[in-house]
Design a binder for this molecule. Structure first.
Ligand SMILES: [Fe+2]
Length: 210
């Protein structure tokens, strides 16, 4: 295993773990609001996830997994929409979004899908529920809603990574079409819907990404 690659990967996972241990601690001063600090942490994490998706799409194309490349491109767009939500709420609360994106070194497409799925699980299964709880305790309704939205959309991305892993050989060949809601970032591989399942945006507004 390439050592620098391992360091980046361990670094990302450790970073999410560190966020989890920090969530219950009151903000130390970046702002008077722990919810705002957590929004900025989430913005940083999802910015890094987006950069990973862009690099993983390129790697999937190089390896001939065109459908996996489509999925990573669509995920990058989904994350971009979520980042816009974070940005708006952070600004509204008087904060400044910041992202320190680590250098991404893609490994095999299988490993990249596994890593993307694990990081979604860390965020949506542990980090965001804790952030939601804290935001509610603080009375920061906008922050709680934003974490809930990110959690719901991220869980959907994670399921698609899982499906791709189950049929990895089938992810070769032609590119696939994925659909992203430009309002909430909901991502689906099914063309059989009339409205966004999360925010009811009509299908005609969805972005088809290959
Ligand atoms: Fe939506």
């Amino acid at each position: 295993m390439n050592m620098s690659n391992m360091v980046v990967r361990i670094g990302m996972s450790m970073w999410i773990a560190l966020l989890l241990t920090a969530v219950a601690v009151p903000a130390e001063s970046a702002s008077a609001s722990a919810a705002l600090d957590n929004l900025i942490k989430a913005y940083d994490s999802e910015s890094a996830a987006r950069a990973q998706c862009v690099a993983f799409a390129q790697k999937a194309d190089e390896e001939g997994y065109a459908k996996a490349a489509s999925l990573f491109r669509a995920s990058a767009r989904s994350l971009e929409v979520r980042l816009q939500h974070f940005k708006r709420v952070i600004s509204k609360m008087g904060g400044v979004p910041k992202a320190d994106i680590p250098k991404v070194e893609a490994r095999s497409t299988r490993e990249n899908l596994e890593l993307a799925m694990k990081e979604e699980a860390d965020r949506n299964g542990a980090l965001y529920p804790a952030f939601v709880k804290q935001a509610k305790e603080e009375g920061a309704k906008g922050a709680a809603k934003t974490f809930n939205g990110a959690m719901r959309i991220g869980t959907g991305r994670s399921a698609l990574y899982g499906d791709a892993l189950k049929r990895l050989e089938g992810m070769k060949g032609d590119a696939a079409e994925y659909y992203v809601c430009p309002v909430c970032g909901y991502l689906t591989d099914s063309g059989l819907f009339k409205k966004c399942l999360v925010c009811w945006t009509p299908r005609s507004k969805f972005e088809a990404i290959r």
